[in-house]
Design a protein around this ligand. Structure first.
Ligand code: SAM
Length: 316
């Protein structure tokens, strides 16, 4: 496709919500998890890219787009038989960043979305007779392992960029056994320059109607654009998942703690049983008069009902 034709089409879509119903003439629509080439074209155009590097190059969509846009290209994928001449066979988990990547001014990634989405690559889109490639295929890793591995790869490739260069990551949400969101779980190195919404077309969920009222079909993906600012400093944001017992929380009020205790006990309970549930936890240790406090909230809030002297339950 001609560069001017491509740009004319991109200019009609110049906003943070990108919507291209056709995938364009690039790459291979039969390659599972392939993306439309309009998004790579948009990034090349918008950021005036001179050399486009692409990790997880898949069916060659990025290679084909870079060629039509007239910019340099280097790609990498786990596939031992690369589908285009500019794509290297690289295992992003174990191998170093190829030297050909380091002078790119834009590094694009469209990783697999973990095992939950059920699109394996090694042994499925290309042969893996020994099973060795499958062990490092991000499309076959359960979510927690997948995100941890991907975050390591993102940091490794970000470190290899020159200052001023950008990284663009195309990612999505997966609903299986709950919602998994790459946007919330991914590491974000450097300066966050843009979050683009990519509308998805022809999705399975888009055409269905759902009886469950709180089920919202997913019809978008995201592209994060990150910029490397300084040569030495690798600043990054990484989500931290923690669990805290409410009885050890500084921010929970005494009302919240007593409510949680009665909910857990599940029946009318004596003051001594309520005390036992709280004793020894940080909330009690931080207040020498904590028993008085427990009695005070029981009397103060309408959530609590006195069944008889010293016996308390939750209001119906
Ligand atoms: C979502 S697909 C990319 C599709 C591509 N954007 C296209 O349009 O064809 C993800 C790619 O990541 C590759 N991949 C999975 N694990 C990898 C690894 N450890 N190192 C390098 N590539 C890997 C897969 O082989 C697959 O081609």
């Amino acid at each position: 496709m001609n560069r001017n034709e491509i740009i004319a089409r991109l200019m009609e879509n110049d906003s943070t919500v990108l919507s291209f119903p056709d995938r364009g003439p690039w790459g291979d629509p039969k390659y599972r998890g392939n993306c439309s080439g309009w998004y790579q074209a948009f990034l090349i155009w918008k950021y005036k890219v001179k050399k486009f590097a692409e990790l997880f190059a898949g069916s060659g969509t990025g290679f084909d787009v870079a060629k039509d846009m007239g910019v340099g290209y280097v790609g990498a994928d786990l596939n031992p038989t690369p589908v285009r001449p500019g794509i290297l066979c690289v295992n992003a988990v174990t191998d170093e960043v190829p030297i050909q990547f380091t002078d790119a001014d834009f590094l694009f990634m469209h990783p697999p979305y973990g095992a939950e989405i059920r699109i394996p690559y090694a042994g499925s889109m290309y042969p893996d007779p020994s099973g060795e490639l499958s062990k490092c295929d991000l499309g076959q890793m359960p979510w927690e392992t997948f995100m941890k591995t991907l975050n390591g790869i993102v940091m490794k490739y970000f470190a290899s960029l020159q200052s001023g260069a950008r990284m663009g990551i195309l990612m999505g949400d997966v609903r299986r056994n709950g919602l998994h969101s790459m946007l919330t779980d991914i590491v974000k190195p450097g300066g966050l320059e843009q979050v683009l919404i990519k509308m998805q077309h022809n999705t399975c969920s888009g055409g269905r109607s759902y009886s469950s009222k709180n089920f919202v079909p997913i019809v978008h993906e995201y592209i994060l654009v990150l910029k490397k600012i300084a040569p030495y400093i690798l600043d990054f944001q990484i989500p931290l998942k923690k669990k805290l017992d409410i009885r050890d929380s500084r921010s929970a009020t005494w009302r919240d703690v007593v409510f949680a205790v009665l909910k857990k006990l599940g029946r009318a309970s004596s003051l001594s049983n309520i005390y036992k549930e709280v004793e020894g936890y940080a909330k009690a240790l931080s207040n020498p008069h904590w028993k008085d406090k427990v009695r005070q909230v029981l009397q103060m809030y309408p959530d609590f009902v006195s069944e008889s002297r010293g016996i308390w339950s939750l209001a119906a």
